[in-house]
Ligand binder design. Structure first.
Ligand SMILES: Cc1cc2nc3c(=O)[nH]c(=O)nc-3n(C[C@H](O)[C@H](O)[C@H](O)COP(=O)(O)O)c2cc1C
Length: 169
C-alpha cells in the first residue's frame, strides 16, 4: 500500500471479529514498531504481546481505562526505565514509544488490520493496573494498549489538514 494511503486510511477501529492475527502479522507489526526513531537511538521500548483470552479479558477489566475492545490481540507498548536517557531527557521515552506506536498502527493498515491506540501513561492508576496484568516489574511503564484485529467497522479515509495550524516563517 502507498504510504500516503496508509496514513490517510488509518482510523481508530474499535470493533473486531474473532479472526486471529497470525504470528507472521504480529512479527511484521513489531518490526515496524522497532524501526521507529528514538532519541540517541536508545530504543527504550518493550512490547508485551497479549494473545491469551484470559489475559485479554484481564486487560479489558484492568488495563487502559477507556479502552475495552473485543480485539483478539493487544500490544502493550511500554518504556523500560533502564534504557531511559539521564535527567530531564528521560522524558523522551514517551516520544520514542509514541513513534513506535504510530509505526505499528500504519503497518496494521497496510496488513488490512484495524487497530486502536488506548492511552495508559500518565494515568498512574492505569499504569499500575496494566503493569500488573502484563506481569511486569516497576521499571516498566505501559504507555498504551493497542487493540488489533480484523475490524468489523468501516471508517472513511480522511485528511484533517487545516491551514490555520501552519506557521510558515
Ligand atoms: C494518546 C492517545 C490516547 C488515546 N486513548 C484512547 C482511549 O483510551 N480510548 C479510545 O477509544 N481511543 C483512544 N485514542 C484514539 C483517539 O480517540 C483517536 O485517535 C481520535 O479520536 C482520532 O480518531 P482516528 O484515530 O480515527 O483518526 C487515543 C489516541 C491517542 C493518540
Amino acid at each position: 500500500m502507498d504510504l500516503k494511503d496508509a496514513i490517510l486510511k488509518r482510523r481508530s477501529i474499535r470493533k473486531f471479529s474473532d479472526i486471529e492475527v497470525s504470528d507472521e502479522e504480529i512479527k511484521e507489526l513489531l518490526i515496524a514498531g522497532m524501526a521507529a526513531p528514538s532519541a540517541v537511538n536508545k530504543k527504550p521500548w518493550e512490547f508485551y504481546v497479549i494473545k491469551s483470552k484470559e489475559k485479554l479479558e484481564e486487560l479489558r477489566k484492568h488495563g487502559a481505562p477507556f479502552g475495552k475492545m473485543n480485539a483478539p490481540l493487544a500490544i502493550v507498548v511500554c518504556g523500560n526505565k533502564h534504557r531511559f536517557l539521564p535527567f530531564k531527557m528521560s522524558e523522551f521515552w514517551v516520544q520514542d514509544c509514541s513513534a513506535a506506536t504510530e509505526n505499528i498502527l500504519l503497518r496494521a493498515v497496510d496488513l488490512g488490520l484495524g487497530a486502536c491506540w488506548c492511552g495508559v501513561y500518565p494515568n498512574d492508576l492505569a499504569v499500575k493496573s496494566t503493569r500488573k496484568v502484563i506481569e511486569a516489574k516497576d521499571n516498566i511503564i505501559p504507555l498504551n494498549v493497542i487493540w488489533i484485529g480484523h475490524g468489523t467497522e468501516e471508517k472513511e479515509e480522511r485528511s484533517q489538514f487545516e491551514e490555520k495550524y501552519i506557521h510558515t516563517l
